[in-house]
Design a protein around this ligand. Structure first.
Ligand code: ATP
Ligand code: MG
Length: 255
């Protein structure tokens, strides 16, 4: 069961957009997919059309009480192959509440260990907090969305250091699946320069597909739909469809 954490502590780089749409296209390709929201902002949860305050139990409960997992998992209205572990503001308190727990970095791993899916995709908060550490400890792979702008690489050193430390202390299994260029604007040379820089640094770890800036991607969450259901012919949709294929290809090579 490949578990992929989508992470970058920088805010607004396309983590949630990537988590939702990658998961939706993997499901469309016939895989049984679980999307895990471990961000108190709950954007993945609302982006799939759920009312964030409408849950009796969320991932918060699952982290402390893994037996309740089957009550937490939500089917989604978009596909019978796509399920969600939702998050909301309740999770903001988890950081403090986890501090005194035994094996506090392994809570998500323990939870996911009870489940069986073809893919698990985890959307993480814009921080290197204990929640993100839980995601990296539970994951086999890290996917880093990078926004095509100045300073795109800034802060990535810190993320890679954290990943290395998690790998050494908590999860030797973790590896970098790839770096994804997001919100690219083809008309500016700036995007082009950033791409060159990122490719120079990460080489073939950079996904071939580049996600363009596309208004259909930005408006889909307000309709509570993945782009596959909002406008499947848009450029944004086609690029995330291609990402799902690339992810499958990369993982089949690693098996
Ligand atoms: N390719 C794109 N084209 C246009 N808008 C996009 C694209 N990707 C993301 N956006 C928009 O940019 C904003 C930030 O994206 P998103 O929420 O996916 O980033 P994030 O990294 O999850 O943010 P946070 O760090 O707050 O969790 C959102 O309003 C989203 O709809
Ligand atoms: Mg997000």
């Amino acid at each position: 069961m490949p578990v992929i954490a989508i992470s970058n502590q920088k805010g607004g780089v396309g983590k949630t957009t990537t988590a939702i749409n990658l998961a939706a296209y993997l499901a469309k390709r016939g895989n049984k997919v679980l999307l895990v929201d471990i961000d108190p902002q709950g954007n993945t949860t609302s982006g799939l059309g759920f009312e964030k305050s409408g849950f009796e139990k969320t991932i918060y409960n699952g982290l402390f009480d893994p037996e309740t997992i089957q009550d937490i998992i939500q089917e989604t209205p978009h596909s019978d192959k796509l399920a969600l572990i939702p998050a909301n503001q309740d999770l903001a308190g988890a950081e403090l509440d986890l501090v005194n727990e035994l094996k506090r970095e392994f809570k998500l791993k323990d939870l996911l260990g009870r489940l069986d899916y073809d893919y698990v995709i985890i959307d993480t908060p814009p921080s290197l907090s204990l929640l993100t550490i839980n995601a990296l400890t539970a994951a086999d792979y890290l996917l880093i969305p990078v926004q095509a702008e100045y300073y795109a690489l800034e802060g990535l050193g810190q993320l890679l250091d954290t990943t290395e430390r998690v790998k050494q202390a908590l999860n030797p299994n973790l590896s970098l699946l790839g770096v994804l260029l997001t919100m690219a604007n083809n008309r500016t040379t700036l995007s082009g320069e950033v791409h060159k820089e990122v490719r120079k640094h990460f080489k073939d770890k950079v996904f071939d597909v580049v996600i363009p800036r596309n208004v259909r991607l930005a408006e889909a969450p307000s309709h509570g739909r993945p782009i596959s259901h909002h406008d499947k012919w848009s450029k944004g949709a086609r690029s995330y469809k291609q990402l799902a294929k690339e992810v499958e290809r990369r993982l089949s090579k690693k098996k």
